[in-house]
Ligand binder design. Structure first.
Ligand SMILES: C[S@@+](CC[C@H](N)C(=O)[O-])C[C@H]1O[C@@H](n2cnc3c(N)ncnc32)[C@H](O)[C@@H]1O
Length: 221
């Protein structure tokens, strides 16, 4: 169960996890072997078929929840195909459709779908991961994006990534883990005028400080 207090995240961690470097280095040196489920294979196949008929840039919105951000990103990038992915049918079913026609919401496990897309050679122009579950207990490190064995795949999937969270440690860890993979990183406080997601709207209504990490493949990669 995630631990989120009314304002901010409560955790038994006060700084970046002491095991982060060891875990990321281990995942970088080995290939993630988890078998892809038939369900995730079908989700990846659907995305590949959309990409085949599209032709323009591809933008991923992983952990998209109700897909509010997916629709907004699509409206701001009319030439792109924007794919929102979330495992929760309940959240996806609450999507409020927008007029933009250049986006789709796909149900599935992000990690498994990333693996399917990388195996198919897909390269995205941008990858958003907005307010992923923080998994705030110290023992949760391997459930976080950067502690999961799929993390090194993200470098192959998109040149540019953006992670947002209301937990600074999460964003700092993502940045530190990305640097271990050789990416350029930039962490900033985020001030919100027009919330991109429902969680962002809730946090900014509570005047919570939000954080953003942008990463880019360094030219030497
Ligand atoms: C805190 S919510 C944020 C949703 C949305 N990005 C927002 O900001 O409103 C995190 C979302 O990640 C989804 N999620 C968590 N782990 C996932 C996974 N491994 N694969 C796909 N979705 C996942 C959950 O279902 C949930 O909708």
């Amino acid at each position: 169960m995630n631990q989120e207090t009314k304002h901010g995240v409560s955790s038994n961690q006060t700084t970046i996890h002491s095991d982060l470097r060891r875990v990321v280095t281990k995942h970088r040196q080995s290939k993630w072997q988890e078998p892809i489920t038939p369900y995730a294979r079908e989700a990846s196949r659907q995305i590949l078929s959309l990409i085949d008929t599209q032709g323009g840039p591809i933008i991923l919105d992983s952990f998209c929840g109700t897909g509010m951000s997916t629709a907004k990103i699509a409206a701001e990038n009319p030439r792109a195909l924007v794919i929102g992915i979330d495992k929760s049918v309940n959240r996806l079913s609450k999507h409020v459709p927008s007029e933009a026609a250049n986006y789709r919401l796909i149900r599935g496990s992000c990690e498994q779908i990333w693996a399917g897309l990388v195996a198919a050679g897909v390269r995205c122009s941008q990858h958003y991961m907005l307010y992923p579950n923080p998994w705030p207990k110290k023992s949760h490190l391997k459930r976080r994006i950067h502690g999961h064995p799929s993390f090194p795949l993200l470098c192959e999937l998109s040149e540019v990534m953006e992670v947002r969270s209301n937990w600074k440690i999460y964003v700092d860890e993502f940045a530190a883990a990305s640097e271990i993979l050789g990416l350029n990183v930039n962490v900033q406080p985020l001030s919100v005028n027009d919330p991109l997601t429902l969680f962002e709207r809730k946090y900014s209504a509570n005047s919570e400080q939000l954080w953003i990490c942008r990463t880019r493949l360094s030219t030497s990669n």
